[in-house]
Design a binder for this molecule. Structure first.
Ligand code: SF4
Ligand code: FES
Length: 253
């Protein structure tokens, strides 16, 4: 499809000077944006405009711009990562918006992800959960050793599907309880399905769930909002798998 030009759009953005400052929406006009531009490129153009006008540019997180790193997490028109399906904000394109439209951009809102500035939130809570157990610390040998252990295709594919979680936090932002269960379950079940991860599976699930609870994430009430908004299609069947792993680990205490 050939790109078109959006002659004028309004961007209503959450501005907040710092973690304790009072935030508010401000609306800006951006002209002549190609529908082939990414959403972040549109924000870059808006920021260039603000800098030329002597104003503070909008702070937003981004890194790879390829849907890999999970840092470009924004609420766009009321949805984490915006109106497109199965894409991160960096892969959202302006063709998803109409000429003359007002686009509302907010940071993720969750007690566990406090606002740092404007659209940037602190997601260190995810790092802390990973540090609690999202790794394999036993000696797993070299690559030939790994390849010598037979794993069923179903288990390998389920593990790889869970491993595609990029830690973006959209699941937390989408959940009315700000639950991190989809993220944690993806990490737990990815490793629990593989022989190298099974050795520490019980310690891992208990430590990661305990850290998740300690950091103030809410409980899962099975609404499915996390799965619906996950840009990587992580399934809530991982939550069921994590619950089974957790129960089995606690029974053996
Ligand atoms: S489960 Fe999905 S929404 Fe949640 S952090 Fe992982 S990739 Fe993002
Ligand atoms: S910037 Fe890395 S996933 Fe969007």
């Amino acid at each position: 499809m050939a790109d078109k030009i959006l002659k004028e759009i309004k961007v209503k953005v959450w501005r907040q000077q710092g973690p304790k400052a009072k935030g508010k929406f401000e609306t800006y006009t951006v002209k002549n944006i190609s529908t082939g531009s990414s959403f972040l490129e549109m924000l870059d153009i808006l920021n260039d405009q603000l800098i030329i006008e002597g104003k503070d540019p909008i702070a937003f997180d981004h890194d790879c711009r390829e849907g890999i790193c999970g840092t470009c997490s924004l609420y766009v028109n009321g949805r984490p990562h915006g109106p497109d399906e199965d894409v991160t904000t960096c892969q959202l394109h302006m063709r998803k918006f109409k000429d003359g439209e007002t686009i509302v951009v907010e940071p993720y809102r969750s007690k566990a992800f406090p606002v740092v500035k404007d659209l940037v939130v602190e997601r260190n809570a995810f790092d802390q959960i990973l540090q609690a157990g999202g790794y394999v610390s036993v000696n797993t040998g070299g690559i030939p050793d790994g390849n010598a252990i037979p794993i069923s295709t179903d288990e390998a594919e389920s593990a790889m599907d869970a491993a595609s979680c990029i830690g973006c936090g959209a699941c937390v932002a989408a959940c009315k309880n700000a639950s991190a269960m989809l993220f944690v379950s993806a990490k737990v079940s990815h490793l629990a399905r593989l022989p190298q991860g099974k050795v520490e599976a019980k310690r891992r699930v208990k430590a990661m769930v305990a850290k998740m609870d300690e950091l103030g994430f809410g409980n899962c009430t099975n609404t499915g909002a996390c799965e619906a908004e996950c840009p990587k299609g992580i399934s809530i069947t991982n939550i069921a798998k994590m619950n089974r792993e957790f129960l089995a680990a606690k029974i053996r205490d």
